[in-house]
Structure formats: structure tokens, C-alpha cells
Ligand binder design. Structure first.
Ligand code: GLA
Ligand code: ZN
Length: 679
């Protein structure tokens, strides 16, 4: 539980009373209570108000707000306000301002616009954090801490460059090791001193290609990602340590962003007491993509419940087209988060601001200022429901037999490289395999490549291009003990420095997969090959299409389940199975059409006896959370029409209404059911 003071699902969100005259607070509190809101997050962007000049801090306005909230039984997720430094600070200490990818020194403006290695920034931000923690440590409304806001600020300034060199010296010890690790004899890049190394950016080794950062030297760029992820993390960590020193028992978090590339969230998670994240799907995003992001966030801390820190009650302001969430959709998406492990439902923003870009962003309290709006009514209905659930769902866990490996360093490496094809997209591949399980309502965990796989029956590692130290052993061990491992084309190619593992692809995975990939063909988008299934013992159709990359491989102990249908490598293996110890390892040598993945994953699930205990209906998502002797089954109808679902048992209680449910249930469009079951 995040805090025993409030053993309920947290419901509320970002609130900016400092943007409003004092008397508005009174009205807001009335409305919060009406909507059963119990938590507000603040002050997320109030540094300039909390510290009008270097010597002067002003907390009185915040005292009043905190006290008033406490008087009214409302709790606070207290933000440290360090995501946007005041203008006077940027002016006085311009070294705090970052340099962008194209080498331009930035001026003050926006937010998260500071250099992460800036000592003066860290000095100023930790001073503020200490003052906040000391002032409010015993405040009755204080529930947990929220550091910064949506970190992700890579910087390319001279100070970062110096710090990068120090970081490299620590990592490699000598310049010879570094030259070797980055293969610097290529293009005569050998360096003799650490201070010859420059940051990889748009004015040195890198370029931006359709929004994606590419590099001539993946070794250096990869290390810069690692360094930046760590440097930014240190900004968080320094505040974290201060808070823990002063309020050791309170949870501390920062709001993450799902499949956000710049930061290695698995590393961040180690110093986050609870994961929180901001969910902003576009209106047209498929629901499984949102489900994936929730599951990834849950995976960061071994499946512990997470916080939905932000979502919009209706529309966004920063997407190209900011459609309204249709009636019922906000509620459905809120429960989708809970269904995937969230113990909070929180919004950005509680009151819609009057000026600047977020005046277009949805809010619980709209510009009209009263409660007679569709959005407010929907928020109130949800608040009532969550409130009535009390502590029922919180702290329950999802139990999965299937895991997908997710690895940020691998993601960076896959996409930094030019060639063999521009189509390589790590997230897209992860999504494809995720979808196949999700469509069958099979629970999926996300794990890092070094994780203990032993509790899973099936582990899938799409595009495991980079095999870090110990990972191949980890996989072998899992398969030897009976696990099923699946990986795809473009796997096992390099080590952690993006140096090719010599002796044949897929390098260190060769043994467990029982294959040798000799060549990798890259197809133009209009070109296709096919997967002809030859092993009739396996329940797949005869033929599927595939494309993008086609590995040409030799069997070294594995068996071919399917062969290519055309080209000069026609009849060579495209899908292989290797028996290894008590388990099996599959290799999918090309990028198959969706139907193949569906059928193949279906086959693997049959083999391993993994299935949902409910029938599958398109657009209906079913998950289960378990706590003690209780199971909570979430059935979410994302369709535009109602559906009827047969129940597999007669003794369910509808958690939201208390009704008994037997035989079958009808679920309206955009509606849901939570069934409680005794285990
Ligand atoms: C992010 C931020 C918020 C707000 C919302 C708007 O998630 O954390 O401060 O800007 O976006 O969608
Ligand atoms: Zn910098």
C-alpha cells in the first residue's frame, strides 16, 4: 500500500491553485468532494513562486493550501517543483541551461529545460526539496512525494562533455580499452587522450532521420545514452535521498512516460518506491498498445502495483488532433489501468488553466467553472465507484506465465545503427508479440534481460540484437529447465558495446537456438517472402507471408518447422525449434504477417497449456488481479457495441453493483464488469 493513511484507490490529480485567485480553492474543494476526489498533486510547477529570489523562499501560500486541504480530508501527493527553474535563476546561472542536439545553447523557457549535469541546478533543486521536506514532513495531508516532472532532458553542453569523459574513464579505465570497445580504428577515429572525445550529437557523429537519432559510431552514442540516462537519474536521486532522510517512511516517485526511449526505466525503478506514469493514448490508438504500456510500467518493479499519475479526463492539447474522449471512455481507460495493476486513477488536470498551451487540455473542472458538464459527471460517477471499492483491489497482483523481455540498451542499439533496414523498430516488434497474447487475454509481464525467468513458462525476446553479459546463460538456464524461449531475426548480433560477436550469428544465442545465420537479406516494403509450414505435427496453416528481414540460416541441431517460399534461399528454414535440456527455443527468422504470430503463439500456448479461462471476444479485454483468497476479474468492452460473454462459473459477484452473476453477462459498449471470486 502506498500509504496506510489512505487505504483506498487514490483518485485525483494535478492541481494548480497557484494559477488562481485564493477564493477559487474553496469552490474547488467543494467540487473535489462532490467527485470523491481524495488526492491532489501539487505544486508541480511552482518553483518561481516558492523561491522568488536566491535568498527568499515563500511557503506561506502553500501552507494555506495544504492546511485547507487537510481540513477537508484531502491528501497531497507533494511535488518538489523542480522541473522548471525560475527565470531569474536561468538568468543568474546561464550554465544551467542546456545545449540541444544541434549544438544550440537554449534560452530560458518551456520546462525540463536544464542541463542534468549542472551542479548549480542540483544545488538549487536539492535546497528547495530539503526545505519542502522539512516544512511538510509532519503535515497531515502529506501522502507521498513526486519529484520533478517527466524527466528526459538530454544535453550536449561542454560540461556534459567533461562529465562524459570522466564517466568513460571510470567505465573503460584506459584509452586503449575505449578504442577497442568502440572499434575506433574504423574511419581513423582512434583517440589518444580522453579529452579528444566529443559528445555524439547532430554536429558530430549523429544525425536525425525521421525523428530518430542515428549514429556513425554506435559505441559512443550508446554510451552517451547510458551516461545521460544516469546523469538525469542523478538529478532525481539527489532529491530522493534528501526526502528519504527526512521522511523515510513515505513513498517517493516521479512520473514516467511508458515506452519512453531516452531513459532506462528499469534502472530508475530501483530508486522509485512506487512506479507512476502518465497515460496519454491518442483517440485512435488501439487499446492493446495502452495495455502494453501499463504492463511495461508494472514490470519495472516486479509486478508491484503502480500509479496512474496522469491521464486527461477528456482531451489533450499536444497531440495533432485532440479529440474528446467519448462518453464512457475515460472511465473505461481508468479501469483498464487498474485492470493492469494500477492502484490509483489520477488526472492532469483538476482545473483547466486560463492561459498558455494547457488551456486547451481537458480538466475535471472546465472553463465554465461549475459541475454541470458531461466530463464532471463522468468523473463523479467514477469517483463514487472507486470510493465504494474501498481497499478491495489495491495491493492485488497479476500472475503471468508469459514474459516479454524489454531492454532499453538494446532498443537504443537497434535503432542507432543505419542498416540493414530503416524498418527496424523495436517497439513495433514488441507490440506484435504482445498483441498475440493480449488478444487471447493471457497475462503478460515485462522483464529485463537479466531477470530471473524461472517463474515463467514462456519468455519472448523480440529483436534481442544486443546480448549483454550473462544474458545468454540466463536464457540457456531457463530453457534447460523446461522453459520455452522465442526470439526473432536480428538477434544475438552484438555485445553491450555494439561490437559484433564473431563466429556466426546469432552469436551467443547460437547454442540455445541450434542454428547459424549466415546472411541477412533486407527486403524493400513491396517485396515479400513466405513461410511454408513443413512440420505437419504443428497446428499452423500451410503458408504465411513475411518480409523486412530474412535471415538465411543453417540448422545446427534445431529442426525446421517452416521454410522460405521463394527467392534464392527458397526451402531454407525460416522457423526453427531447438530442443535444449527440458525446454525448447524457437527462432523466427523473418518478420511475419500478424496471422502467423497469432497462430504460432496459439501453438505455443497450447503446448504449454496456457489459456484464459474465458472465451475470447474481439475488443473485450479480460485480466485478473489476485489478493489473498480473492480474485478480481476485469472484463472491459472496448467495442462500439454491446457483447455477451459466457461465464465459466456461476458464483461471481459483480463488485460494482453487488449483484450475483450467473451463466452469461451482457456488457454495453465502453462498459465493464469487475467480478469478484473466492479462490
Ligand atoms: C504531461 C505533464 C503535465 C501536462 C500533461 C498534459 O504529462 O506531466 O504537466 O503537461 O502532460 O498532457
Ligand atoms: Zn549539459
Amino acid at each position: 500500500m502506498i500509504n496506510e493513511k489512505l487505504p483506498f484507490m487514490f483518485y485525483g490529480g494535478d492541481y494548480n491553485p497557484d494559477q488562481w485567485p485564493e477564493e477559487v480553492l474553496e469552490e474547488d474543494i467543494r467540487l473535489f468532494k462532490k467527485a470523491d476526489i481524495n488526492v491532489v498533486t501539487l505544486p508541480v510547477f511552482s518553483w518561481a513562486k516558492l523561491q522568488p529570489s536566491e535568498e527568499v523562499y515563500d511557503f506561506q501560500w502553500l501552507d494555506k493550501i495544504m492546511d485547507k486541504l487537510a481540513e477537508n480530508g484531502l491528501y497531497v501527493c507533494l511535488a518538489t517543483s523542480t522541473a522548471a527553474q525560475p527565470a531569474w535563476m536561468s538568468k543568474k546561472y546561464p550554465e544551467m541551461l542546456p545545449v540541444d542536439f544541434d549544438g544550440r545553447k537554449r534560452k530560458h523557457g518551456g520546462r525540463v529545460n536544464f542541463c542534468p549535469t549542472s551542479e548549480i541546478y542540483k544545488d538549487m533543486s536539492t535546497k528547495l526539496t530539503r526545505k519542502l521536506a522539512e516544512r511538510y514532513k509532519d503535515h497531515p495531508s502529506l501522502l507521498l512525494w513526486h519529484i520533478g516532472n517527466e524527466y528526459g532532458n538530454y544535453c550536449y553542453c561542454d560540461h556534459c562533455e567533461e562529465q562524459f569523459r570522466i564517466w568513460l574513464k571510470k567505465r573503460y579505465g584506459t584509452i586503449e580499452n575505449l578504442n577497442r570497445a568502440w572499434n575506433m580504428s574504423f574511419w581513423g577515429h582512434t583517440v589518444y587522450e580522453f579529452d579528444e572525445i566529443v559528445v555524439p550529437s547532430g554536429i558530430s557523429e549523429m544525425w536525425r532521420d525521421n525523428g530518430r537519432d542515428r549514429s556513425n559510431f554506435q559505441g559512443i552514442s550508446l554510451d552517451y545514452h547510458r551516461f545521460m540516462s544516469e546523469a538525469i537519474f542523478k538529478c532525481y536521486l539527489e532529491e530522493y535521498k534528501i526526502i528519504k532522510e527526512i521522511t523515510p517512511d513515505l513513498y517517493v516517485t516521479t512520473n514516467l512516460m511508458g515506452t519512453f526511449k531516452p531513459l532506462d526505466y528499469f534502472k530508475w525503478a530501483e530508486k522509485m518506491d512506487v512506479i507512476s506514469w502518465d497515460n496519454y493514448p491518442q483517440l485512435i490508438d488501439p487499446m492493446y498498445v495502452t495495455a502494453l504500456r501499463h504492463d511495461l510500467m508494472r514490470g519495472l518493479k516486479d509486478g508491484k502495483p503502480f500509479m496512474l499519475m496522469e491521464q486527461t479526463p477528456s482531451q489533450q492539447n499536444w497531440q495533432p488532433y485532440n479529440g474528446l474522449k467519448r462518453p464512457g471512455v475515460m472511465r473505461l481507460q481508468s479501469y483498464q489501468a487498474v485492470a493492469h495493476g494500477a492502484d490509483t486513477v489520477m488526472f492532469f488536470q483538476l482545473r483547466r488553466s486560463i492561459g498558455a498551451c494547457e488551456k486547451y487540455h481537458g480538466a475535471v473542472i472546465e472553463h465554465v467553472g461549475h459541475e454541470n458538464t458531461r466530463v464532471f459527471r463522468e468523473c463523479t460517477k467514477l469517483g463514487e465507484e472507486l470510493n465504494a471499492l474501498k481497499d478491495k483491489i489495491i495491493d492485488s497482483r497479476i500472475e503471468a506465465k508469459v514474459a516479454i523481455v524489454f531492454d532499453w540498451e538494446n532498443w537504443w542499439a537497434v535503432e542507432l545503427s543505419s542498416g540493414p533496414t530503416i524498418e527496424l523498430n523495436y517497439i513495433k516488434q514488441i507490440e506484435k508479440y504482445y498483441k498475440a497474447f493480449h488478444d487471447k487475454n493471457i497475462a503478460i509481464d515485462f522483464v529485463k534481460s537479466e531477470a530471473d525467468f524461472s517463474k515463467y513458462d514462456v519468455v519472448i525476446a523480440p529483436l534481442l540484437y544486443m546480448v549483454k553479459k550473462g544474458v545468454a546463460d540466463n536464457i540457456e538456464n531457463f530453457v534447460e529447465n523446461g522453459g520455452t524461449f522465442i526470439t526473432t531475426f536480428f538477434s544475438g548480433i552484438v555485445n553491450e558495446n555494439d561490437l559484433v560477436t564473431l563466429g556466426g550469428y546469432p552469436g551467443e544465442l547460437r547454442k540455445v537456438l541450434g542454428i547459424w545465420v549466415e546472411e541477412i537479406d533486407a527486403l524493400f516494403p513491396h517485396m515479400k517472402n513466405s513461410i511454408k509450414v513443413v512440420n505437419k505435427a504443428i497446428n499452423l496453416s500451410n503458408e504465411y507471408s513475411c518480409g523486412m528481414l530474412c535471415d538465411i540460416l543453417h540448422l545446427e541441431g534445431a529442426e525446421a518447422i517452416a521454410l522460405y517460399g521463394s527467392d534464392f534461399y527458397k526451402d531454407s528454414p525460416v522457423l526453427t525449434e531447438n530442443k535444449f535440456g527440458k525446454g525448447k527455443a524457437y527462432y523466427i527468422a523473418s518478420d511475419p504477417e500478424e496471422l502467423f504470430i497469432k497462430d504460432f503463439i496459439g501453438h505455443v500456448c497450447n503446448e504449454k497449456n496456457i489459456s484464459s479461462s474465458f472465451e475470447n471476444i474481439e475488443g473485450v479485454e479480460i485480466t485478473e488481479r489476485v489478493k489473498h483468497d480473492r480474485k478480481y476479474i476485469f472484463i472491459l468492452n472496448h467495442n462500439e457495441y454491446s457483447v455477451e460473454l459466457k461465464l465459466n462459473k456461476n458464483a461471481y459477484v459483480d463488485l460494482l453493483t453487488g449483484d450475483k452473476k450467473c451463466e452469461s453477462v451482457t456488457i454495453n459498449s465502453k462498459d465493464l464488469l469487475i467480478l469478484e471470486d473466492k479462490i
